[in-house]
Every structure is written in C-alpha cells, then in structure tokens.
Write a protein that binds this ligand. Structure first.
Ligand SMILES: Cc1cc2nc3c(=O)[nH]c(=O)nc-3n(C[C@H](O)[C@H](O)[C@H](O)COP(=O)(O)OP(=O)(O)OC[C@H]3O[C@@H](n4cnc5c(N)ncnc54)[C@H](O)[C@@H]3O)c2cc1C
Length: 423
C-alpha cells in the first residue's frame, strides 16, 4: 500500500511512523515544504526558552507507550516526567523516532490532488493508495491596516530572522494577540537583546494561565451533555480550577460531538478565549519570565482594538473606554493559527476545496471528516483514499491540536489502513 503524507510536523511524522509499523507491505512517503521532518511549526524553534506546554509525562509520541518520552528525557539527562522540556529537544526526540521507521522523505510543496496522485509545486507527481493530509497549523494574517513592517508568520525561518531584526529597534514593538504565540515571541525578542517595550493587544487581553507546580491530579466528573449545564458543573466543582478543567480531558471529544451546531457556535463565540487560556497553559518558568516583564513595564498587555495610523503611529481603543497611542517600530502577528479553513492560503487546501474533494466542516474551522478520518467531499461522500489528521480535523473532534490527542488519531488511522490493505 502506497501511503503518502503531506506535512511532516508531529501529526504527519507520527502518521508515517505508525503506518510504517502497522500497515502490511506499506511504502510510506512523507512530504514537507519546510524541507524539515519531525518538526513542523511547533518544534522548529531553536530557542531554549521555548518550552513544551505539556509535562514530559504527557508527550510520548506513541499512544501505546505513554512513558516513551519521559524515559527519553531521563536518559538524555533533561529532567524527569514532570519537566517542561525545551521544544527543540522534543524535536530531537521526534527525529530519533522518525529515523527508526522506514519512511521516504520528500522536501517539496504539495499543490494539488488529481485522482489519487499528489502534484508538487515542481511538477513531480506521486501516486498513492492512501493520501493523508497533515498540514497542521496554517498561519493567520494581521489586520492589513498596520502600516509598519510586520512579521506575518513568527514560526517561519524568515519570521524568526525578522524578529531578531526588530530586537535591534528602540521603539515599541506591537504584538497582535496575547496567547501562546505572543508568549513565545516576547521571549524571542528579549533573548535577542530587545530592550524596549512590547505592547500586546487582543480583544480581551487574556494571558495563558500557568501550570501548577506540582500538578494536582485531575478531578473526576460525570459531564452533563448540554453546554450550559456543563459550564455550570465545571464552575461549581470544588476541585481547584486546573483539576476541574483537566477533568474534562478524557471526555472533551465525545462532549464536542454531542453538542448541537448552535452550541458549538456559542462555545466558539463566547467561551473559546476562556477555554484556551485555562486549557492550554504555559510552563511555570515561562510564566515567571512573562510576569517579570510585565512587572518591569517591558511588556504591556491590553484588551482592546487596534486602529492603524500613519507610519508607526497606532492607537489602541481600550476595552472599557479610552484610547492609547503608541509609536511602534514593527508588529508581529501573534494571532495563532488561522481560524477559518476557507481563508487558509495553502494551494493544496484551496485546490481540494475548489475541486470538491474536500469541504469545510459545518463550523468552517477545518475539513469535514468522518469517524475514520476520511475526508468528506462536496457531495457528502468520503473522497476515495483521502484522509486528514491533526488540527485540520478540529471541527470534528475539537480536542485534536496537541500531542496527547493526535497520537491516538494517527495510531488508529494506521490500524484502519492496515485493515484496508488486507481487505
Ligand atoms: C508554537 C507551538 C507550540 C506548541 N506546543 C505544544 C506542546 O508543547 N505540546 C503539545 O502537545 N502541542 C503543542 N502544540 C500544538 C501542535 O499543534 C501539536 O503538538 C503538533 O505539533 C501539531 O503538528 P502538525 O503536524 O499537525 O502541524 P504543524 O506543526 O503545523 O506541521 C504541519 C507541517 O505541514 C507542512 N505543510 C503544510 N501544508 C503543506 C503542503 N501543501 N505541502 C508540503 N508541506 C506542507 C508544514 O510545512 C508543516 O511543517 C504547539 C503548537 C504550536 C504552533
């Protein structure tokens, strides 16, 4: 069975490893336009300040060997199961896992699918029996009205170089967004020697909350199925809030699938910002640095809306009233992954949507897939031989953007492909 995987971040790399292990007579090919493998957006960083936001015990690449990474961390002398390891070390770990599997690597950009053949930007064509989309986190865009040099994708090689350039400026630097990306970028700027002020702006100005040291065990919950009752149940739990949020983890995908479309929309509109900052927490050492930068006045976090002006003059209309003027040297897009699949600028995604081989999920946040991760076409039927994994499937599963969840999905896909190859 010829299995071709587009995207060699965690999702694609581990889909490849699991397929090479599980599928009888598999020939697995992994493609990435970055030219790097086992890295993707999350683990490309070379900055030692960029830590995993999950403890080592939660980050095994393999669903069936939950302590695989924690053992690697101990053997490498990087700490123990509770350590928040630098992401660049996680990449070394993943590279080792990928190197142990029979997977062919092709650097290149996939731009189209014709029948079951993948077309690359250089014209190369790769035939497949199963084609797995693992494009992951597509960057979003900054509001166009900011008229200074901007860094659109802070995780790309060009973005990292541009951030280092901004670090030499004396004026303020604007960070658009106040979540996990902003935290990374603030640390990158400071580590590159930036001595000025960073102004981080988002509509609500919410910062990711820190993990607790040591961690409390998750509480137990019998979650109600309806959204309003669920929110009340979590709010009323006697457990500490982190334990309450973590109690939902084993149930989140099933809860999500049980919500009506209207409830999902309400969640995305009103609860998501709160969910994100409580659920996707930052490592305590990172939180301490961010708190210190805020206390020193070097990082200001504002809730409000941006209004562009001439050159570097911008205004923030502060939530609750008033405006604040700033004179900025540049801006970094820290808004995180693009939220709407129809706005993703990737040629392959656009071609798949335009040709009807794929369609947006009902919320428009990813691709529509069935329970077997088969991509659903515009006609409502699965497109033959086309699958998706990772953040592209978040409309169907919601909790499918981090390793502890994706690892189950890629293992299950490999098993399904094996069954198909034998049928
Ligand atoms: C900065 C950051 C930090 C994170 N930290 C953690 C963490 O600590 N723990 C955790 O569990 N999760 C973390 N995550 C969540 C993350 O989504 C998952 O852990 C995982 O990395 C997702 O991997 P992915 O392969 O789906 O996506 P990505 O990492 O985005 O990789 C997708 C890859 O596909 C390639 N690609 C896309 N389209 C094409 C195309 N048309 N042709 C060729 N190649 C293509 C891209 O070049 C990219 O390399 C983090 C995410 C980010 C962005």
């Amino acid at each position: 069975m010829k299995i071709v995987i587009v995207g060699a971040g965690y999702s694609g790399s581990m889909a490849a490893v699991e397929a090479a292990r599980a599928v009888a007579n598999a020939e697995v090919t992994l493609i990435d336009r970055r030219g790097t493998f086992a890295a993707g957006a999350a683990y490309s960083t070379t900055n030692a300040s960029h830590l995993l936001n999950v403890r080592a015990r939660g980050m095994s690449a393999f669903a069936d060997e939950p302590d695989h990474f924690a053992r690697w961390v101990e053997a490498a002398g990087l700490g123990g199961p509770d350590t928040f390891v630098p992401r660049r070390d996680y990449r070394r770990y993943l590279e080792g896992v990928l190197a142990g599997a029979a997977v062919a690597r092709v650097p290149g950009e996939a731009v189209a699918v014709e029948d079951r053949t993948l077309v690359l930007a250089d014209g190369a064509r790769i035939a497949s029996d199963a084609l797995v989309l693992a494009g992951g986190n597509y960057g979003g865009r900054l509001p166009a009205r900011i008229a200074v040099p901007t860094v659109d994708d802070p995780w790309s090689a060009e973005g990292l170089a541009a951030i280092a350039g901004l670090a030499r400026q004396e004026k303020d630097v604007l960070l658009v967004g106040t979540g996990l990306t902003m935290v990374d970028v603030a640390l990158s700027l400071v580590d590159a020697g930036f001595e000025g002020r960073m102004v981080a702006v988002s509509r609500r100005g919410l910062l990711p909350r820190p993990h607790e040291e040591p961690a409390s065990p998750p509480a137990e919950i019998e979650p109600p199925a309806r959204l309003g009752a669920l929110v009340r149940a979590v709010r009323n739990m006697e457990a500490p809030w982190r334990a309450a949020v973590d109690s939902l983890r084993p149930h989140t995908q099933a809860l999500w699938q049980g919500l009506s479309l209207a409830e999902k929309r309400r969640f995305l509109r009103h609860l998501r910002p709160w969910w994100d900052v409580h659920r996707h927490r930052i490592a305590p050492p990172v939180a301490r640095r961010i708190e210190a930068l805020i206390a020193m006045g070097r990082l200001e976090v504002l809730a409000g809306r941006l209004r562009g002006g001439e050159g570097g003059a911008i205004t923030v209309a502060v939530r609750g009233g008033g405006t604040r003027p700033f004179d900025i040297a540049g801006a970094v897009n820290c808004t995180g992954p693009e939220g709407a699949i129809a706005r993703v600028e990737d040629k392959l995604i656009r071609q798949l949507l335009a040709s009807g081989r794929a369609r947006p999920d009902a919320l428009g946040i990813g691709l529509d897939v069935d329970a077997g991760n088969r991509v659903i076409g515009a006609d409502g039927a699965p497109s033959p031989g086309l699958y998706a994994v990772g953040p592209l499937t978040r409309g169907a599963l919601w909790e499918i953007v981090a390793v502890p969840d994706i690892r189950h999905q890629v293992r299950d896909l490999a098993r399904a492909l094996d069954r198909e190859s034998r049928a």
